[in-house]
Design a protein around this ligand. Structure first.
Ligand SMILES: NC(=O)c1ccc[n+]([C@@H]2O[C@H](COP(=O)([O-])OP(=O)(O)OC[C@H]3O[C@@H](n4cnc5c(N)ncnc54)[C@H](O)[C@@H]3O)[C@@H](O)[C@H]2O)c1
Length: 662
């Protein structure tokens, strides 16, 4: 059977043979035992409803075993035999070009080179699912292959509810993930609903088919380090010869040394796990590996003296680095931490003075003692960081719950008011005021032709659009524009593509619109093929997350989620090809609501109209909310948007004299 026929087949009427559990692939861990005996029956009944009754007797035993062994029913037997990757768009079967583009994006999210646990349909973050089982995948692909531009596919947390009649201007797909009643949104609720097969954790770009591999993180991290550098610059100087100390060479944290090199500083990144060190070193994401603390001290002194741009992995505990640099008087300019403290007791953070192996044993065999050790280590780490900040180091939390867990451990990390932390988060101090409030965020595109030449052409188009805009950009955003021009010009050389031919580029509303318009024109002129536009959910308007994306909202509304919900509703009737809205993502189930879109550009006048309307709303919705929260940068940006678009009328805040409030 050809690839196209297999897609069109959906769930086969004759069951494929069972598939062996492949051991050379990265699998999701066994999930927590959560269902009662009756609920297990319900999970099986739910799984079997995808199949004809004649197959139930054969499948029930197998699915029951999967549930016992892995805590979920993935339906491994239904994994397709073809290679999973983003094919050129014309290789997909179908009647709708938009639907074909979505198939391409789904397959990219499940590509073995891209996905973290491809057989469990998990793209990233341990539990970021595209689907919950392979029946859902097959059925979705079949629907996409037969739908027209007069239908919309409705996705309920991985389950394709079906095709519904709509119209050409409607989204082709509407996705929700993890949308549960708020009172049932505790982590164990997710475990249960997911095991029952009725809800899933879509992370951000996993369940919305918009993941583009690690380059998204590299760009965001580069911007954070660069702007952190600007905050500490005394005379507008750059990061030459300055030292950035941090930790973690894992999934996201592994981007730090590469970002440090692009930003132009000396990066010291501690990582306890030699496997993670080797992976990042062999990928060329970190330049040097040092395993001895005295050698590290000498090497950093040398790099400082020579003003080298270099990234160094210290294979060891980050606490040792902070303490040794304090003792040896190595001045640290920038400091952060990217251990996985959102998961402190199960391997997210390794305590100092205990080997990796010992820690792994202790957390399973003596969790109470392990917790004590983690907290002791966090107090030591905070003490050492405090010594550095007393000398002038600028330290920020990287959205990994370092300050939160350090405070719970009783570390000296609280501000004088006893409510706030001593140090800001990266969104409060850097990303929020310097990027999001002005509308700059992680815009991205994918060349559906699969051709690297197309990507190179789009890079050049985007660079020339931004260079033109930079000529007249107001001083407030000039620096951001220049950073993004530098990024896009260096993008090819930095070899960032993993999976589909994709690019991330931070841009504001007007930048995104102008770039998209230029792409649409290039498609119409036959210079490039179809383009899929999108963005990370970690953006200006897409995400309501009180301790991350909206942590710099200070009017009390950071615990509301109106912005994210409005965003996705507004995108859907302004021309998005697909939209998605999720509970959870980044910081955990129940902690965040986030959404995004995908938009197919085909060179048509309709695409030009849709991109103008939708991208303008997609960014300015969030700026309006940030402005109403009295964020000065956003007030500036929304006033500017109203000048550009007279149909925009946004309610502006009046400020109150504090003296009046007593
Ligand atoms: N990069 C970003 O843009 C970003 C944004 C928001 C939040 N985060 C947060 O950053 C954290 C890291 O994410 P990740 O995907 O890299 O996780 P990860 O678990 O893949 O990597 C963390 C690494 O830290 C190492 N580590 C743990 N304790 C250590 C210690 N004491 N000293 C040295 N190394 C230690 C671990 O071995 C692991 O390799 C997460 O909490 C994530 O939510 C990152």
């Amino acid at each position: 059977m050809t690839f196209q026929q297999q897609i069109q087949e959906g769930i086969p009427s004759v069951l494929p043979q069972p598939k062996p559990y492949e051991t050379d692939i990265n699998h999701a861990p066994k999930r927590k035992e959560i269902l009662s005996a009756d609920e297990k029956k319900l999970a099986l009944r739910n799984a079997l409803r995808y199949f004809e009754a004649k197959d139930h007797a054969e499948l029930v035993k197998e699915f029951s075993e999967e549930l016992e062994k892995y805590g979920r029913i993935y339906m491994y037997r239904l994994r397709p035999d073809y290679r999973m990757y983003a094919r050129p768009i014309e290789e997909y079967p179908g009647k709708s070009n938009q639907a074909k583009a979505i198939m391409l994006m789904i397959q990219n999210n499940l590509d073995y080179a891209v996905a973290q646990h491809p057989h469990e349909l998990i793209t990233y973050g341990g539990n970021g699912a595209v689907f919950s089982n392979w029946a859902q995948y097959r059925l979705t692909m079949k629907y996409l292959s037969e739908m027209t531009d007069e239908q919309t596919l409705v996705m309920y947390s991985g389950h394709p509810m079906g095709l519904f009649p709509s119209h050409k201007e409607a989204p082709r797909v509407v996705v929700t993930n993890g949308m549960v009643i708020p009172n049932y949104s505790k982590p164990d609720d997710w475990e249960k609903f997911n095991a029952l097969g009725v809800s899933q954790y879509g992370q951000m770009t996993a369940g919305s088919y918009m993941y583009i591999g690690p380059q998204g993180i590299v760009h965001g991290t580069t911007i954070t380090v660069l702007n952190g550098g600007r905050k500490i610059a005394k005379n507008g100087e750059g990061l030459e010869g300055k030292v950035f100390v941090t930790s973690g060479l894992g999934g996201m944290s592994g981007a730090q040394p590469k970002a440090g090199n692009i930003a132009g500083c000396i990066t010291v990144c501690a990582e306890v796990n030699p496997k993670a060190v080797n992976t990042r070193h062999s990928q060329g994401w970190v330049d040097e590996v040092i395993t001895d603390i005295d050698t590290l001290v000498q090497r950093v002194e040398e790099a400082k003296a020579n003003k080298e741009i270099v990234s160094i992995a210290y294979q060891g505990n980050v606490v040792e680095v902070w303490e040794a640099f304090d003792k040896q008087n190595i001045y640290v300019d920038l400091g952060s931490d990217q251990t996985s403290l959102h998961n402190p007791w199960a391997g997210g953070y390794y305590p100092v003075g205990i080997s990796l192996e010992e820690s792994n044993k202790m957390m399973a065999e003596n969790p109470d003692l392990f917790k004590e050790k983690v907290q002791e280590s966090l107090r030591r780490q905070a003490d050492a960081i405090n010594k550095h900040t007393a000398k002038g180091t600028y330290f920020f939390d990287y959205g990994n719950a370092f300050l939160l867990e350090a405070s719970r451990a009783g570390a000296d990390i609280m501000a004088a008011n006893g409510i706030d932390f001593k140090y800001p988060s990266y969104v409060q101090d850097i990303m929020g005021p310097m990027c999001f409030d002005y509308g700059f965020g992680p815009f991205r595109w994918v060349c559906a032709s699969g051709k690297p030449e197309d990507l190179a052409k789009t890079d050049a188009i985007a660079a020339s659009v931004l260079e033109e805009m930079a000529k007249t950009a107001p001083v407030e955003i000039k620096q951001q524009m220049q950073d993004n021009i530098k990024w896009i010009k260096g993008a090819q050389e930095n070899k960032l593509v993993v999976g589909s031919q994709a690019r991330i580029l931070y841009a504001d509303a007007q930048g995104r619109i102008n770039i998209a318009n230029a792409f649409n024109k290039a498609i119409a002129d036959g210079e490039i093929g179809t383009i899929v536009l999108g963005r990370d959910h970690h953006d200006v308007s897409g995400t309501d997350s009180p301790y991350r994306e909206t942590s710099n909202i200070y009017d009390g509304s950071r615990f509301t989620a109106d912005m994210a919900i409005h965003n996705v509703i507004g995108d859907s009737f302004r021309g998005a090809t697909w939209v998605s809205i999720h509970n959870g993502g980044g910081v955990g189930w129940g902690e965040v609501i986030n959404g995004g879109f995908g938009m197919v550009l085909d060179g048509s006048p309709e695409a030009a109209r849709r991109l103008e309307s939708m991208l303008f709303w997609d960014v300015n919705n969030g700026i309006a909310r940030r402005s109403w929260a009295r964020n000065e940068e956003a007030v500036f940006a929304i006033k500017r948007a109203m000048e550009i678009q007279p149909l925009l009328k946004v309610t502006l805040p009046n400020s109150v004299d504090d003296a009046l409030l007593g």
